[in-house]
Design a protein around this ligand. Sequence first.
Ligand code: SF4
Length: 423
Amino acid sequence: MIAGLTPDYWDIELIDENFDAFEYRDADLVGITVLTSAAYRAYEIADIYRKKGIKVILGGIHVSMMVDEAEQYADTVVIGEAEGVWNTVIDDFTNNRLKKRYYGELSELNHSATPRRDLFHKSYSYANIQTTRGCPMSCDFCSVHTFNGSKYRQRPVNEVLDEIETIENDKLFIIDDNLIGYTKQSAERAVELFKGMINRGIKKDWYCQASLNIADNEEVLKYAAESGCRMILIGIESEKIDQLQETNKKMNIKIGIDHYEEAFQKIHKHGISVLGALVFGLDSDSKEDIQNRARFAIDSGIDAMQATIVTPLPGTSLFKRLEKEDRLLYTNFPKDWERYHFHEVSHKPIKMTSDELMVAMDECWSTMWDAKTVYRKMLKTLKQTKNAKAATWAFASNTERHNLAFGKKKKAMDIEKLLKGMI
Ligand code: SF4
């Protein structure tokens, strides 16, 4: 997006350490987008350039939440969404009057710049697109509402469709935190988007993130499926009410834990699989609760499982509370931000020690992504969705996590080939 906002006369290179090791390259100006777990690395790279007298601008969610920290490692920090200020930043740099801080307002999302997808590494399997920003909810562990605001902002549907038509990849991840929003109007807009994809003959398979109430909207699900939706990531968080209350997961409380299965079935009926995100290590979690949640994930209608350790990221209510209670486990910042990545315990739980939680999680991951479980899940998804692509996508997601948990590939990969042959 930042490249898309930059005037054409700039030559832009994107270094992506997900694929390529960093190698110093000469530059006039360096911009680094900073996520919390990568903050230390970002500061290291910033240092390399600044020592050579090359200006470094840092931005992104971590910088916006930890301005004073980030400022020590940058010539300039951009706080908030960059769209509204990036032109000024570039202009000021060109005229040698770069300021220390710039504040990006939360602007309306029309006439958005087109992301420079040509800069991305070719190995990405999915293309990404964003159609909305902001969330009116305030879950304890989430910083979306702090960063993108609590107003749900929507891009005009035609602009989104125009952008999708420029994307070559036939697989799409719509990265909105909640594609359907929370109002009748936002659900209707989602339907308009899906119908637009169908009418324009856009043939892509896609997945998205949405709140659990998507299950109650037949029309949304029907047109989502027809336009290529194969999987929906839903923040289930927990199967117990006390943890939903603790995390302030209002939508799931409203729908009710007793209706989870019904919701999964309604989604399956349209040939779409469910990627259920669960969170572990909450204050109300005992060791038994953790084992029960893993069991719930396996036995439930969730197709692809995501199981992360609750992680206090800057900008969340959770972070503020744990910091106040002296319950952050690692505080040698910025180095320790590397530990805040959802798969390592970074806080002091209440009902067990941090080490006990880590051991319990290792056991959970081994149980949840055991090869037989992953295989059974795939057959169940196939039976329930009657859609081989939906089953493949859920299976691929579980396989990836199986490989991470076990470091093995063979058996799961053979099954994946088998499924691909069925499509
Ligand atoms: S977790 Fe989802 S619903 Fe909750 S505040 Fe974040 S974006 Fe909103």
